[in-house]
Design a protein around this ligand. Structure first.
Ligand SMILES: O=C(O)C(=O)C[C@]1(C(=O)O)C=C[C@@H](O)C=C1
Length: 127
């Protein structure tokens, strides 16, 4: 540390070196945590993609058999189950409910879109 640096920071060379090491350790921990966050985000995207593959098939099935896009009773059961899982996992149940509702709203939008398309072979023909 130069004399002017010592004057500017008010620290001795030893203290400044200690700070450098702290900063390095903090940076390393931040990087490690961000690596894990990136892995988790990737897993979430893959899991959501799989879920939407299933719900697209459900949407096709419902449209082909003239079933309504939404099933509020099923949703109520899913929300109750997810809230319990969230509580056990120490995740805010209100957040879990909001997230599920957000996903389901998108699924219902897809179902409605599919219902507006032509039926697949073997489905219920239009009137
Ligand atoms: O289980 C169904 O019937 C679905 O259409 C799937 C799903 C979901 O995304 O979980 C979506 C809409 C319904 O209201 C309920 C559940």
């Amino acid at each position: 540390m130069t004399r002017s640096e010592t004057e500017r920071t008010g620290q001795s060379g030893q203290a400044a070196q200690g700070d450098d090491q702290t900063h390095e350790a903090v940076r390393a921990e931040l990087t490690a945590l961000r690596d894990s966050i990136d892995n988790i985000d990737a897993a979430v995207v893959h899991m959501l993609a799989e879920r939407f593959k299933c719900t697209q098939r459900v949407g096709r099935l419902k449209a082909d058999h003239a079933l309504p896009p939404a099933d509020p009773a099923r949703e109520a059961r899913q929300i109750a189950r997810l809230r319990e899982l969230a509580q056990d996992a120490k995740l805010d149940p209100a957040f879990a409910e909001k997230l599920l509702n957000f996903i389901i709203a998108e699924v219902i939008r897809h179902h409605e879109q599919i219902a507006g398309e032509a039926p697949t072979r073997g489905g219920t023909p239009p009137d």
